[in-house]
Ligand binder design. Sequence first.
Ligand SMILES: *[C@@H]1O[C@H](CO)[C@@H](O)[C@H](O)[C@H]1NC(C)=O
Ligand SMILES: *[C@@H]1O[C@H](CO)[C@@H](O)[C@H](O)[C@H]1NC(C)=O
Ligand SMILES: *[C@@H]1O[C@H](CO)[C@@H](O)[C@H](O)[C@H]1NC(C)=O
Ligand SMILES: *[C@@H]1O[C@H](CO)[C@@H](O)[C@H](O)[C@H]1NC(C)=O
Ligand SMILES: *[C@@H]1O[C@H](CO)[C@@H](O)[C@H](O)[C@H]1NC(C)=O
Ligand SMILES: [Cu+2]
Length: 658
Amino acid sequence: MIKSSMFDKATPIMIAQFIILTIFLQINFINSLPHPLDPLSPTEINKTRHIIQQSYLGAIPNITYHFVDVEEPNKNNVLKWLSSTTKQKPIIPRQAKVVVRAKDETHELVVDITKGSIVSDKIYKGHGYPPFTFNELFQASKLPLKYSKFKESITKRALNLSQVSCVPFTIGWYGEKITRRALKVSCFYRGKSVNIWARPIEGITLLIDVDLMKITMYNDRYRVPMPKAEGTNFQSSSKNGKIFATCNISNIGFTIKDHEVKWANWAFHVGFNARAGMIISTASIFDDKKQKFRRVMYRGHVSETFVPYMDPTNEWYFRTFMDVGEFGFGRSADSLQPKVDCPSNAVYMDGFMAGPNGEVQQVPRAICIFERHSGNVAWRHMEINNPTKLIRDGEADITLVVRMIATVGNYDYVLDWEFLKSGCIKVGVALTGVLEMKAVPYTHKNQIQERVFGTLVTENTIANFHDHLVTYYLDLDIDDNANSFINAKVQKVKANGFGTPRKSYWTVVKEAAKSEAEARIRLGLEPAELLIVNPNKMTRLGNQVGYRLISGQPIISLLSDDDYPQRRASYTKYQVWVTPYNKSERWAGGFYADRSRGEDGLAIWSQRNREIENRDIVVWHTIGIHHVPYQEDFPVMPTVQGGFELRPANFFESNPLL
Ligand SMILES: *[C@@H]1O[C@H](CO)[C@@H](O)[C@H](O)[C@H]1NC(C)=O
Ligand SMILES: *[C@@H]1O[C@H](CO)[C@@H](O)[C@H](O)[C@H]1NC(C)=O
Ligand SMILES: *[C@@H]1O[C@H](CO)[C@@H](O)[C@H](O)[C@H]1NC(C)=O
Ligand SMILES: *[C@@H]1O[C@H](CO)[C@@H](O)[C@H](O)[C@H]1NC(C)=O
Ligand SMILES: *[C@@H]1O[C@H](CO)[C@@H](O)[C@H](O)[C@H]1NC(C)=O
Ligand SMILES: [Cu+2]
């Protein structure tokens, strides 16, 4: 799903970005040694492109860049780099992983930026394709407007072609033999509305062969009335009341050095790439009692999202998006609006990625970091049982939030990592934006005789049912690499032999999961405590140090296992998976998600049923909603908040806030 609004403005944005970028590069030219997990800098992206263009690939006309990111460095080297003094730091070469398409083939390259050479070049022959470039999506969106059959369809509907905007959609895989990259394009009618999603031109299917950039199938099956423009606008005329309170909040203090953030007792690294968007790395917390930083998480980011629509009809069945792999949260990152997206005390970071030709693209203010004075209580107590006086104390909850917003077509995902002084990390996903809607002949529910697949949200408009399943990659390293995962059962026990009238109580039964199969979990059926512990480290009292994963609303995909989109997103059948760390296993839906067949990805890796006890392990957690739209979600939906929490569990000797 694509940022259609950007298409119309592509050229001015690109020019503006180029000017900003040129200025930026001149200022930023002198740079110190980068942190090994730093994203590629603009200079490095440019250099990567230069190295590739100088190779035999540069002689091939029109090669396109689909993925450019820092090649994942060896974890042990990164840890050594972090723990050693400047002079003793191991040299970690700056390398880029690049996917280019040349002559209809997908090349996977590793480029050594320092040496200026391509160190590995493989042609990927498996199923699935890398994400489309911006140019490909842009060109695909314009094809219908020049296509005579489509023009006829528009005339038949008495619409004005100049008011039509088309949006390309990825199309998944439905058992067919795939030889080409393809998109389907849906068109919308602006007219007097800015909300294109509210005015779908229903009944038309357009298939585009992206390698040929040609329409290869056209079908106009039916016509329904165009939903009216009135009431679809989501821009308010006045900004009053929309912004955060303007009173000045002063930060108690955080420091940002390049990508490294220090605040209160936390230290972590904030990265950015085109695929995951924001990436939190090497988060550790200072332990006052031990007088040292202790490791909590090596890496955390969104790994994949699955957004299948529940309309099996011809024009809708294929809408089963895997936004991260098919498009990219980083590529969908929006420039944050001060005082609306982030409060007035926020500090911003830009994001950089490679564009279709490998050139640098900048997202100004891609990430914001701010202290949140939530008005909540961090802890408190009032004691009346003291003979001499009333005793009362407490502390206000002040936290640090790191945020980005991805606008993937119609939806906006507000993605937060919130750090608490108590050692908690809260991960938030807030959903807002515009629903994907289907035009129908009905203006009232009592006219509906056939089956519809959503809610009538305004006249002639059904907002279709769908899911949002957001899967997180969480490489937790609790106090070191070797960790175990415990699905502690909270179990009822009969109270026998105590000589009291109690008949029952509950207790906790803990056993570390030995292999991957024991750590696939569906939450919500029975009470459980999910723990990631370091079995080699104990508190003074002998408890294993650990962290808890506290899930929000549990969700699994309800699609049948043999349904094609479900085969591609088979990891959505469990909310929790644990795998042994492997640096090439990061994308739950597989690396080549576009038109994939479910042959790569978390569910496949996990079938090896590897040992996970007392090892470097990665936890995968899926959150989200089955989205049943209601009228209030129209024309733009109020935010729905979701998330989960990582909370110390015998990690500290006592409350770290005191
Ligand atoms: C990008 O790289 C090319 C070739 O190395 C160089 O000529 C150019 O100045 C660079 N541009 C920027 C903006 O760094
Ligand atoms: C390469 O791109 C240019 C400009 O878009 C176009 O004119 C040309 O036909 C393309 N060449 C090939 C071989 O696709
Ligand atoms: C179509 O839209 C254009 C641009 O807004 C306008 O000039 C033209 O008159 C419209 N044509 C019809 C038939 O409405
Ligand atoms: C906020 O701070 C700015 C800059 O220090 C100052 O100009 C402004 O008056 C302050 N506003 C309020 C409401 O205190
Ligand atoms: C790491 O994962 C990849 C992809 O699943 C696999 O091919 C490779 O064998 C794994 N490496 C190890 C050491 O297990
Ligand atoms: Cu939704």
